[in-house]
Ligand binder design. Structure first.
Ligand SMILES: C[S@@+](CC[C@H](N)C(=O)[O-])C[C@H]1O[C@@H](n2cnc3c(N)ncnc32)[C@H](O)[C@@H]1O
Length: 240
């Protein structure tokens, strides 16, 4: 949005010059010029390539949306929905995408059979992993923590309806004490891994495990790698 706002005075200048040369200017021309300039600024600021496409198409999307003459509350509602779903993804760089039962079962197999383990899914999304594990290991204390309100609410409701010992809380895993868990399960993103490793290395107790689906920590090679899915995406495990 800052880039779009920053491009606006440039667009006005270009449109002024075009108009003074009697070039026909309409809203479509303004949207195309604004999109091109915003994409140029994005490129100059060396943002990821896909931002250029977004910046280029954004003014045209605004024009198209205006042409649809939708009621204004719809935009507010869509904004609130997306806010609830993504929350602070712009900061964490970890959006929601789910892992699946094959991975959850591979994690289950890591757990000790002779005692009740304490497990947490950091960034529990819609709660699939936590609910699965608390179903197949009813003795385990399984928790999920989720930063985004809507996925949290959904998982919390699922846990209430399912009964059992699964627990969900709304919050930031960075504020958790990892020493309380025997296994920490993470499906995050490459951006989150260095910070996660620092926290795990500082807090996890001897004998505990960190399991990360798909994403590796650059600092230490995993102690074990499991290929549980048909797509062959690895589950990495570190022992402390
Ligand atoms: C890729 S999804 C994984 C969902 C679930 N664990 C699974 O395996 O299906 C990552 C989730 O982590 C959440 N998240 C990201 N950073 C977080 C943080 N610092 N604390 C809590 N949750 C976070 C995101 O909102 C997102 O729902």
């Amino acid at each position: 949005m800052l880039i779009q706002c920053g491009a606006m005075p440039l667009t006005l200048a270009v449109i002024y010059v075009m108009a003074s040369f009697r070039f026909p200017v309409d809203y479509l021309t303004v949207a195309v010029v604004q999109g091109l300039l915003a994409a140029l600024v994005t490129w100059k600021l060396a943002l990821a390539g896909w931002w250029r496409a977004i910046q280029l198409l954004f003014p045209l999307a605004v024009l198209a949306a205006l042409a649809l003459q939708l009621p204004s509350w719809l935009f507010g509602a869509a904004f609130l929905l997306l806010l609830g779903w993504y929350w602070s993804t712009f900061r964490t760089q970890v959006p929601y995408y789910p892992s699946g039962p094959a991975v959850w079962d591979a994690v289950r197999q890591l757990l000790p059979a002779d005692r009740a383990p304490r497990v947490i899914d950091i960034g529990s999304g819609l709660g699939g992993f936590v609910l699965y594990l608390s179903r197949v290991r009813p003795d385990a204390a399984v928790e999920g923590i989720e930063l985004a309100p809507l996925p949290f609410l959904y998982s919390w409701l699922r846990a209430k309806l399912a009964g059992g010992r699964a627990r969900f809380r709304l919050g930031d895993y960075e504020k958790l004490d990892f020493s309380r868990y025997d296994l920490v399960f993470a499906y995050l993103s490459p951006a989150a891994m260095p910070g996660l490793w620092r926290k795990a290395a500082a807090e996890m107790r001897p004998g505990a495990m960190l399991a990360s689906y798909e994403f590796i920590v650059p600092e230490r090679s995993p102690d074990r790698t499991v290929h549980a899915t048909e797509e062959d995406v690895p589950l990495y495990i570190w022992y402390f």
